[in-house]
Design a protein around this ligand. Structure first.
Ligand SMILES: [Zn+2]
Length: 355
């Protein structure tokens, strides 16, 4: 097809080219107007929009221009689940993750970060997993420390993070897994001025409330939410210059060790809904037109020539070139942790949103 078009252009010159470009633009408009869920449009983009970095919209409804990828490997981090291609973020987010990983290694002895999802190359809704992470300002960090060796591509796909919760006990941190270094890691994440919120499981927040003896001024940024017992979630504020970015209200004053936390330990969030809805509710997927107008331009924006061109810093390695494992992951994190299911606690219905 490409050759035929090239031949046609040679034959007919620029008038033909204009026609072809016009027709393909119409085709693009038609594709976005036909109600295709935005998650499919954004999920199909392998590379970012090569534009000035900007986050458009809200954490749970928006997109990202000028995204950069964090390298799969750095001295103090390894990115997980490489096949998802969610190592992309606003350059300020990626810079923070790198700095945090280095600070954690140097100041509290955390051997390195295992990185979960950040955003898709152009942000936007995802086909699986998250409501937020849409504007390149959210990042998931595993609560499992990085092993001393390079994990293989396959290991990064398959191994599970370690839950901090005690099995068969309601919302309780497992004292045999949780360490003071976990507490320091989360509090360090919350201490950066650009970090507005750190989401953790209510049991982890309670543990911090009960045991944190240091400066508690950042503790209010640590917010309880269901899940988040295998990883924590860092959210930074709208970067300067991102005029289309809709920020979130500052967290209330205080350490948050109050009734907003106590609520999670009542039956209310976990109670089964009394009545089932009579008709199954059709899931409503965001369409491109539901997102900020700039997101159509982001979706259609030019791509860089390669992933390398849009990778942050210099430590670039392609996602597939990770050396094979020398030892099994069980030897690194323990058989029980490697076999742990991804979720072992109930999810409240309706699901409270990240606040
Ligand atoms: Zn997250």
């Amino acid at each position: 097809m490409g050759l035929e078009i090239a031949a046609a252009v040679r034959r007919c010159g620029s008038a033909m080219l204009a026609f072809i470009v016009g027709a393909s633009l119409l085709a693009t408009e038609a594709a976005s107007a036909d109600g295709t869920p935005a998650k499919e449009l954004f999920g199909a983009k392998a590379l970012p929009a090569a534009m000035a970095p900007s986050s458009y919209g809200f954490y749970a409804k928006g997109c990202l221009a000028g995204g950069v990828a964090i390298p799969t490997d750095g001295p103090t981090w390894q990115a997980m689940r490489l096949s998802r291609n969610r190592r992309w973020g606003h350059p300020e987010m990626i810079a923070l993750v790198e700095r945090f990983s280095q600070d954690a290694a140097e100041k509290i002895g955390w051997p390195g970060l295992l990185l979960g999802d950040i955003s898709q190359p152009r942000g936007g809704p995802m086909t699986s997993g998250h409501a937020s992470h849409q504007i390149g300002l959210d990042a998931d960090i595993w609560l499992t420390p990085m092993p001393q060796r390079t994990l293989s591509y396959e290991e990064r796909e398959s191994i599970s993070a370690t839950s901090m919760l005690q099995k068969n006990k309601f919302l309780t941190v497992d004292p045999s897994i949780w360490t003071p270094t976990h507490a320091r890691l989360i509090m360090m994440a919350a201490s950066y001025p650009q970090v507005e919120r750190v989401f953790v499981n209510p049991a982890i927040k309670k543990k911090l409330c009960d045991t944190w003896k240091g400066d508690r001024s950042a503790l209010g940024k640590v917010r309880p939410i269901y899940g988040h017992d295998y990883h924590f979630h860092i959210r930074i504020k709208c970067p300067e210059g991102s005029v289309g970015c809709k920020g979130q209200a500052r967290v209330p004053a205080g350490d948050g060790c109050d009734k907003s936390l106590a609520w999670w330990f009542t039956d209310t969030p976990w109670a089964k809904p009394k009545k089932k809805p009579e008709k199954p509710v059709k899931p409503k997927f965001a369409k491109l037109s539901d997102l900020p107008k700039a997101c159509a331009l982001v979706l259609d924006g030019p791509a860089p020539t390669s992933e390398q061109e849009a990778t942050y810093g210099t430590a670039y390695r392609p996602a597939t070139a990770v050396p094979a494992a020398a030892t099994s992951i069980e030897a690194v994190i323990g058989a029980a942790a490697a076999a742990a299911p991804l979720e072992n606690i109930p999810v409240p219905l309706p699901r409270p949103t990240l606040q």
